[in-house]
Design a protein around this ligand. Structure first.
Ligand SMILES: *Cc1c(COP(=O)(O)O)cnc(C)c1O
Length: 388
């Protein structure tokens, strides 16, 4: 593993996480049980949602969300081409076809409702909203569109845990938490997310029917858990549908409960660092900070800057690497991947422009403010070179 002076992300882990794991080990109950139940209850309370179901990953959660929404062969699922590949892969896993939509602009790289409206066909079963970097999609427009066209709205809310939708005109769903706006939403607790358990995720919904279906499919279509039988609540089980093992275990849930307590404070810290980045980037000619005007309502998952040109991007990446500062790209355009290329002929021109110019810079709650200055200075020097 290369040692970066400033990594892209870092854990906020301490004694509390170690104590939580030790508590589970001492209890000698490792599979889905009381820690998972408590994690679900506490997460649902934070979200203000009726049902929260812990799952082994957000990818598993997306699969369950799609199956609960009855996405299947012949269906089309409209989604951003600018996303992690999980939402598209799980679409294919359901036998459905991903239809890639463009983003709104370089400054607002979330799915474009106008483009979505153009892509809806009688086969469209669902729209996936992904809240890029922790910044919510235009949910008022998407919600209206989905209601008018009788299409499900599913949220890939992996970046947006703890964020609340803000609509300048206060139209519904103003004030609702990310993930709880559409029929069903998914979160990830992978090692670089705002809540970290290693692997792990959560599904949220207010709909009892969707929660019941997802709960059943999460555990082999079985009507009881080992934990229920251990407590004497059930002595056997029935299998009422074909399902999976997408359960979370007690060790991960215990970590999640500690991390959930730190979430809102850590998101605040992330926003503070984002304001520092914004100050610097605003003074660099040609550079854009996406969602720079709405930091206050962001979960602050990613710090992304858009360079004036692809060449300026490459220069910045090299300069950072030489200075042992890690950077990344969120994300390559999914439609360009070999596995998806044959499925699309859409221009996706704004997505492609974004992907050629965007850099993800270090951002994590334990990051020092001097480090923000160091990163910006390195990029600022690139900007100066670019101007000559
Ligand atoms: C991390 C992530 C996923 C996948 O999450 P896993 O828990 O690793 O399966 C999906 N979508 C987005 C937007 C993500 O950031």
């Amino acid at each position: 593993m290369p040692t970066w002076d400033i990594p892209l992300s870092d854990l906020d882990y301490g004694q509390e996480e170690m104590d939580a794991v030790a508590r589970v080990l001492r209890s000698k109950w490792l599979s889905m049980g009381p820690e998972v139940e408590s994690f679900e209850t506490e997460f649902a309370a934070m979200q203000g949602v009726r049902y929260a179901l812990a799952v082994s990953s957000a990818t598993a959660g997306l699969h369950l969300a799609y199956l609960a929404a009855e996405i299947g062969p012949g269906d089309e699922v409209i989604q951003p081409a600018l996303n992690f590949v999980a939402a598209a892969n799980m679409t294919v896993a359901c036998g459905a076809t991903p239809i890639f939509a463009d983003i709104i602009s370089l400054a607002e790289p979330t799915i474009d409702p106008a483009n979505v409206a153009d892509l809806i066909t009688p086969r469209t079963k669902a729209i996936v909203a992904m809240h890029y970097g922790g910044n919510l999609c235009r949910m008022a427009e998407l919600l209206t569109l989905c209601r008018e066209r009788n299409v499900s709205l599913i949220e890939d809310a992996c970046h947006a845990v703890g964020a609340r939708y803000h609509d300048a005109l206060e139209r519904p769903p103003h004030g609702t938490m990310a993930g709880s706006i559409g029929e069903i939403g998914t979160f990830s607790f992978f090692a670089n997310k705002n809540i970290v358990t290693g692997e792990g995720g959560m599904i949220v919904t207010n709909r009892e029917d969707l929660a019941a279906k997802a709960r059943l499919l999460r555990s082999h279509g079985m009507t009881s858990l080992t934990w229920d039988r251990h407590r004497g609540h059930a002595s056997t089980y029935a299998v009422v549908s074909h399902g999976y093992n997408y359960r979370l275990d007690e060790l991960h849930a215990a970590l999640g409960r500690v991390q959930l307590k730190k979430l809102l404070g850590n998101n605040e810290r992330r926003r503070k660092l984002l304001y520092g980045y914004k100050n610097a980037i605003d003074s660099m000619p040609g550079w854009i900070m996406p969602f720079g005007e709405s930091i206050e309502t962001s979960a602050g998952h990613l710090m992304v800057a858009v360079a004036p040109t692809p060449t300026a991007r490459e220069e910045a990446v090299n300069r950072l690497r030489i200075a042992a500062v890690q950077s990344s790209l969120h994300y390559p355009c999914i439609a360009e991947f070999e596995a998806f290329a044959k499925r699309t002929n859409k221009p996706l021109s704004i997505t492609r422009e974004f992907v050629s110019r965007a850099i993800t810079l270090p951002l994590y709650p334990t990051m020092a403010e001097e480090h923000v200055n160091k990163v910006c200075k390195l990029i600022g020097e690139t900007a100066a070179v670019g101007k000559l």
